[in-house]
Unconditional design. Structure first.
Length: 230
């Protein structure tokens, strides 16, 4: 029975077990060891959302991956489907998303995809969990302030953007194109801790953790914006 991995990977309050630096480092080591069973020099692509904790989690995870014999590549702030796409297209051994989706802003998570772009099988997650617990008995994680995430390769994001636009605007597209503001937001304003320019997102607004659902802050969308409210 899995103890760390849920339906969407590992999720918890950032900085607390199992998302403390030592466990995150152990996750990286364990994942690298699992990947080395099928690849001599495994490579992993990382993506994250804009939560304040995403940067240091990426740094701790990268340190563990490198210690375990893998190479980490960063796509920066991208969506979860982008990492699944990039892992498959560029033949990475795995893809990792640092995100907690709609969870409160103080949470975060680690979701792992295989090289085929699909969620890892349960038996693979169990093997990684067993390795994580073994690593926790002996591993000494570096201090987060002494670590840094891998440099962002902008070509990964551009690659997925091109794929996304083609799928949304091609002859088979059935849904309207995304709000034009999103491109400006993504390219110039999308950074750690950033909020949507049209409205405050429930999952990232600090005030919302203390408010009932019906009182949570949402800005009125800007004129012409057709983004759906969360």
């Amino acid at each position: 029975m899995r103890k760390l991995f849920g339906t969407d990977g590992i999720r918890a309050v950032a900085g607390e077990a199992p998302l403390d630096p030592k466990t995150i480092y152990a996750v990286g080591v364990a994942l690298a060891h699992q990947l080395k069973a099928n690849a001599h020099e495994p490579t992993v692509v990382l993506g994250m959302d804009t939560r304040e904790s995403s940067g240091w989690i990426a740094a701790a995870l990268t340190a563990g991956l490198v210690h375990g014999g893998a190479t980490a590549n960063s796509a920066g702030v991208v969506t979860t489907p982008a990492i699944a796409y990039l892992a498959r297209k560029h033949k990475f051994s795995a893809g990792v998303v640092i995100s907690a989706s709609h969870n409160p802003w103080y949470d975060n998570g680690i979701k792992i995809f295989g090289g085929d772009g699909y969620k890892l099988p349960d038996e693979t997650e169990l093997r990684i969990e067993d390795e994580i617990f073994r690593q926790l008995e002996s591993v000494t994680a570096p201090e987060p302030q002494n670590l840094s995430a891998p440099p962002v390769n902008p070509e990964f994001r551009a690659d997925y953007e091109a794929f996304f636009v083609l799928r949304r605007s091609g002859p088979q597209a059935k849904r309207p194109q995304a709000c034009p503001r999103l491109r400006e937001w993504g390219r110039f304003r999308y950074r750690a801790g950033a909020l949507c320019p049209s409205r405050r997102l429930r999952s990232t607004h600090p005030c919302n953790s203390r408010r009932p659902q019906h009182q949570r802050r949402l800005r009125r969308p800007a004129s012409g914006c057709r983004c759906r409210r969360n």
